[in-house]
Ligand binder design. Structure first.
Ligand SMILES: [Zn+2]
Length: 393
């Protein structure tokens, strides 16, 4: 009887000389390949000379610790959402400007697929917690947030979002509740919180509540200037509470450059503190449009977020003491830039799901301390890396 040898037996039985010849050829071939790759790299280096100069400029001061950190969260933004800016606008994507890229794993303590509450709590508290819970551990004990920690050190803090300010992502930085849906309870945290500037929607949870309380009055009693009609033209001596919609902010056609403008105003206010600041900016509605299966609106939201990143990077480049981190809590919609009509020349942007997915999420970093953010790691490390960089403030 004859058996076709398995690979292992085949190798063992082969004459040693043939194996040696094979190995020598393989090594020589590998050397050539490496050489070719080096040549290609050199060509690329020459071709992208201007780009490299720009990046060298961007990486200056990276060994230093930052005075300020701006964390931008594109809620629901995976790599395909990030790629939108590459294909759907005339100007280059602002993501191209980042010298440091990493990837985060984002499962929660209770589920392989995280929700926004556990995802943001990983960033704000450095812990894996249960889905739906905000600023608490998996046993529902309150955990101090990075915003609270740096505020104790005397830094200023801010939050700018397009969702209600009581939404899971911003809430994870100032509230501690067992359910992300306790919007009124979450709003009650803000007057006494450590937040110096916040902007977003969700006014109904402040002035039209089941308990009849008016949180606007409380905010004013705690030193906030409250604006509900439009962004204030300039900063004041007071803290700022800006709530421009009953629920989420309106679509881009109606709200215009709100996200960029509110971010600039926040930076202006927070940078009056000599000790530094922490600011979180969220492109909240990227996630909402993915849930709603609205591809065109998703593209609008993603491009708005990209423009905001551009303004923040322009500021950080000029400022030189600010670390900018862009990432997401999870991907939403299993979004893909798929091929359309069996044509390699055509993209059909497609949402394959109406909920979150488990894919890893990119992290982009620029400024002093950016190098820390390369590699593949858990979402909780974002918190630990930020806190280590704030140690000397
Ligand atoms: Zn989310």
């Amino acid at each position: 009887m004859y058996f076709w040898p398995s690979n292992q037996i085949f190798m063992y039985n082969y004459p040693k000389t043939i194996i040696s010849l094979f190995l020598i050829s393989f090594i020589l071939f590998s050397c050539n390949c490496n050489k070719e790759n080096n040549n290609n790299n050199n060509n690329n280096n020459n071709n992208n000379n201007n780009n490299n100069i720009a990046k060298a400029e961007l990486t200056t001061n990276q060994n230093n610790k930052p005075k300020n950190i701006i964390l931008l969260i594109g809620d629901g933004m995976g790599l395909s959402q990030v790629s939108i800016a590459q294909y759907y606008q005339d100007t280059p994507s602002n993501f191209d400007r980042f010298p440091t890229i990493g990837l985060i794993k984002n499962s929660s303590a209770t589920h392989v697929i995280t929700d926004s509450a556990a995802g943001a709590t990983a960033f704000s508290c450095g812990i894996k917690t249960g889905n739906k819970t905000v600023g608490v551990d998996k046993d529902l004990n309150s955990v101090e947030t990075i915003l609270e920690t740096v505020s104790k050190k005397g830094l200023s803090t801010g939050l700018v979002v397009t969702s209600p300010i009581t939404g899971a992502t911003p809430a994870s930085f100032f509230a501690h509740v067992k359910s992300r849906y306790e919007y009124e309870e979450i709003a009650s945290f803000l007057p006494k919180s450590d937040v110096d500037f916040f902007a977003g929607g969700g006014s109904q949870f402040f002035n039209n509540r089941k308990d009849g309380e008016n949180i606007f009055t409380e905010l004013e009693a705690h030193g906030f200037q409250v604006d509900t009609l439009s962004l204030p033209k300039d900063i004041s001596e007071k803290k700022h509470a800006i709530l421009l919609a009953k629920n989420e902010m309106p679509l881009i056609k109606e709200r215009g450059s709100y996200l960029s403008d509110a971010s600039k105003l926040a930076i202006k206010k927070l940078s009056t503190n000599e000790k530094g600041y922490f600011l979180m900016i969220e492109g909240s509605l990227i996630d909402w449009e993915c849930h709603d299966q609205e591809v065109d609106k998703l593209i609008d939201e993603q491009l708005d977020f990209d423009r905001t990143i551009g303004h923040v990077l322009d500021y950080a480049k000029q400022n030189g003491e600010t670390l900018v981190i862009v990432t997401a809590d999870h991907e939403t919609g299993a979004f893909a830039l798929a091929m359309g009509d069996n044509d390699y020349g055509k993209i059909e942007p497609t949402l394959y799901s109406n909920d979150h997915s488990a894919t890893m999420i990119p992290v982009f970093a620029y400024g002093p301390g950016a190098d820390l953010f390369s590699g593949v790691y858990e979402n909780t490390e974002i918190y630990h890396k930020m806190l280590s960089l704030f140690q000397n403030n």
